[in-house]
Design a protein around this ligand. Structure first.
Ligand SMILES: [Zn+2]
Length: 259
C-alpha cells in the first residue's frame, strides 16, 4: 500500500478515523490528479511508498483539508516532515508548468527536473535559504514580534539570504538592519526545511557585542531582551525558532512551561 500525500487548495488532505487523523494509506490513488500535474515519488515510510500530488476535485471522498502547519500537531514527526517535502514538490510542479523565460509549456525530464522544449531553459525546485539567530546578552535573550508573524508570540531575528551573501554576511546584515546591534561568537545551531513554501531555515546562536537596541519599524513592532523569568509567549514547537529558544531555556537549567 502507498501513503498518499494529496493537496487541495494548498491544504493537505487527511483521513479521519474516530478523531485520529492520518495520511491516507491505500493501494489505489484516492482522488484524481489535477490535469497537467505530476504524481511525485517522495521516498518510503515503514516500507510503504510515499507519493504526492494535487487534486482539483470538489468531492474529497471523506478526506479532510488540514493546513500544513496544523498537521504538525496531528501527525507524527516523520509524516509531517514527509508532508513538507511533498508540499514543496507539488508547489514546484504547479509553478514550473511554463517556461519563465519564453512561456512555452515545460516537459519533465527527470524526477525533479523539467526543461523548456523551445529554449532549453532547465527548471529545478528552488529552495530559498534564510537565517534565524538567537542573540544572548548576559542572562537575557532577544525576542521580537515581526509584523508578518501569525500570532502574538515573540520569535527571533530572521531573514532571507540575498544574492552574493554568505550565511554569516546575511546574519550580520539582518541583525544590524532589524536591531542596530553588532554580534559576536556566532555559532551554527542547526537547520530545518520550512515548506511555506520552499525555505531552508539555518539557525545560529550569537552574543550581543555592541549597540543600542533600535527596532526596524517596517518589519518589527515589538522586541527586547527577556530573562528566564519574564519570557513572553513562545513560538510553536514546529519551528526552529522554538528549538533555539528551548535550547536557551535548557541552558538556564529550566524547561519551557509552554506547549
Ligand atoms: Zn523557454
Amino acid at each position: 500500500m502507498t501513503y498518499w500525500f494529496i493537496f487541495s487548495d494548498r491544504q493537505l488532505l487527511l483521513a479521519s478515523d474516530g478523531g485520529k487523523q492520518s495520511i491516507p494509506l491505500a493501494d489505489a490513488m484516492p482522488l484524481p490528479v489535477a490535469e497537467g500535474t505530476i504524481v511525485h515519488d517522495v521516498g518510503t515510510i515503514d516500507g510503504h511508498d510515499c507519493k504526492a500530488y494535487c487534486t482539483t476535485c470538489d468531492d474529497l471522498g471523506g478526506l479532510e483539508r488540514c493546513d500544513l502547519r496544523a498537521s504538525y500537531f496531528k501527525l507524527d514527526k516523520r509524516m509531517y516532515d514527509k508532508a513538507g517535502a511533498a508540499r514543496e514538490l507539488v508547489h514546484w510542479d504547479l509553478t514550473s508548468r511554463y517556461c519563465p523565460a519564453c512561456g512555452t509549456q515545460t516537459r519533465r525530464t527527470q524526477r525533479i527536473g523539467k526543461v523548456c522544449p523551445a529554449c532549453g531553459h532547465e527548471l529545478f525546485p528552488s529552495i530559498s535559504p534564510a537565517i534565524i539567530v538567537l542573540i544572548e546578552r548576559g542572562d537575557a535573550v532577544l525576542m521580537v514580534h515581526a509584523r508578518n508573524f501569525r500570532g502574538t508570540f515573540r520569535g527571533l531575528i530572521a531573514g532571507y539570504v540575498e544574492p552574493g551573501e554568505s550565511l554569516e554576511d546575511c546574519l550580520r546584515r539582518e541583525v544590524m538592519e532589524e536591531t542596530g546591534l553588532t554580534i559576536k561568537n556566532v555559532k551554527y545551531f542547526g537547520s530545518q526545511p520550512w515548506p511555506y513554501p520552499s525555505v531552508i531555515m539555518v539557525g545560529f546562536t550569537a552574543e550581543y557585542e555592541s549597540g543600542e537596541l533600535r527596532l526596524q519599524e517596517e518589519e518589527l513592532d515589538a522586541g527586547r531582551f527577556f530573562t528566564i523569568d519574564t519570557l513572553p509567549e513562545l513560538p510553536q514547537k514546529l519551528s526552529l525558532a522554538r528549538r533555539l529558544i528551548d535550547w536557551w531555556i535548557g541552558k538556564q537549567g529550566k524547561t519551557a512551561k509552554q506547549e
